[in-house]
Design a protein around this ligand. Structure first.
Ligand SMILES: [Zn+2]
Length: 253
């Protein structure tokens, strides 16, 4: 639905909000061509959540790295796609001082690729691999791992197994406190492309709503927290919606 009157109200809110923080989930990356694992055709539906959980967890990683990596390489390959219009517009909004930071659940690195600087990636990054030897801590690229001659990639320096720099099931999120602080100190939250079912991020939003009602949700379909949002926009195309909001803010000077 174009010319949604809500878009104009959101532009008013963001124009007056000095510290807007953006929270993003898989929905923003599907517009760049990254499949949503939890979506209709995602692997959670294809293979079954239980199967995914049983392999992509930290215990299996340590116990049976062969099994872990065979599965991870098959289903979690990072497609080499450019950032979407939505990613690019958010980067532009940061440069223009309209938004302050992005806290993302995505591991595709597309916000950084688009030029966003203040990004907290609470689930890590699929394009990095870290040596599991705490004294080594070398970082390797996805290319290194893809070209590695064996299923389980090892550190080129010390020979220990590499771990994807992503948060596996059974692991804590990264930057818990910084993410919490950025969100709690925001003057408004702009939530994009997440159904807000994954904790702790969903809990942060709930906690924020107890002292601040400036919550905007742009998502395809309902979310767990639509009733907490001041404005909800049904996302026919997030990139166009953000562009429209940004243009309205600039027009208002
Ligand atoms: Zn090493």
């Amino acid at each position: 639905m174009k010319n949604d009157p809500t878009i104009s109200l959101v532009a008013d809110l963001l124009a007056q909000s000095p510290d807007t923080v953006v929270l993003t989930g898989a929905g923003i990356s599907t517009e760049a061509g990254i499949p949503d694992f939890r979506g209709k055709n995602g692997i959670y539906k294809q293979i079954g959540e239980d199967k995914v959980y049983s392999i992509i967890n930290i215990q299996t990683f340590w116990r049976d790295p062969e099994l872990f990596y065979a599965f991870y390489r098959k289903y979690f390959r990072l497609p080499d796609v450019p950032p979407s219009k939505a990613h690019l517009t958010l980067a532009q909004m940061e440069r223009e001082g309209i938004i302050k930071a992005i806290v993302t659940q995505n591991v595709d690195g597309l916000h950084q690729k688009a030029g966003s600087r203040n990004v907290v990636a609470i689930h890590g990054s699929r394009s990095r691999y870290i040596c599991t030897n705490a004294e080594c801590d070398q970082v390797f690229s996805a290319e290194y791992v893809e070209n590695y001659p064996q299923t389980v990639p090892r550190c080129g320096k010390c020979g220990h197994i590499l771990k994807p720099d992503v948060v596996l099931f059974g692991e804590h999120i990264k930057d818990y406190m910084p993410a919490w602080e950025i969100i709690m100190n925001a003057s408004a939250l702009l939530i994009i492309g997440t159904s807000l079912t994954v904790y702790p991020l969903a809990g942060f939003v709930k906690e924020f709503s107890e002292h601040n009602k400036n919550i905007v949700i742009i998502n395809k379909g309902p979310t767990q927290m639509d009733d907490l949002a001041l404005y909800k926009i049904e996302a026919y195309h997030t990139g166009y919606i953000l562009e429209e909001i940004n243009q309205l803010i600039k027009a208002r000077g």
